[in-house]
Design a protein. Structure first.
Length: 90
C-alpha cells in the first residue's frame, strides 16, 4: 500500500547530472537513476502532497489523463517504498 502523503528520507542525496537525475542512498549503499516521471514525483514527495495531488500536477505538466498519471505516481511511489527511499508513515 502506498503512503497517503509520501515523504522522502532526509539522508537520500538528490544529484542532478545533466539529463540524468540520481538518488544516492547512503544507508543502503545504492544509487538509483530517475526517469522524467520518477524525478517529477520525487520532487513532490514532501509529506504535504497526496498521490492524488502529485498525479494532478503530473497530468497537467505532461498533458496526460489524470487516471493514467495516478497509476504512474502510485507505481513510482511503490518503487520508492520498495527501495526504502521514503520515510515510514503512521
Amino acid at each position: 500500500m502506498t503512503p497517503n502523503k509520501p515523504l522522502k528520507r532526509d539522508d537520500v542525496i538528490y544529484k542532478p547530472l545533466g539529463d540524468e537525475n540520481l538518488l544516492v542512498d547512503p544507508k543502503n549503499k545504492k544509487v538509483h537513476s530517475l526517469n522524467v516521471t520518477a524525478n517529477f514525483v520525487w520532487n513532490l514527495c514532501d509529506g504535504r502532497h497526496r498521490c492524488q495531488d502529485i498525479s494532478q500536477k503530473l497530468a497537467k505538466q505532461f498533458d496526460v489523463k489524470e487516471v493514467d498519471a495516478l497509476k504512474d505516481v502510485e507505481g513510482v511511489v511503490a518503487k520508492f517504498q520498495e527501495h526504502s527511499l521514503l520515510k515510514a508513515h503512521d
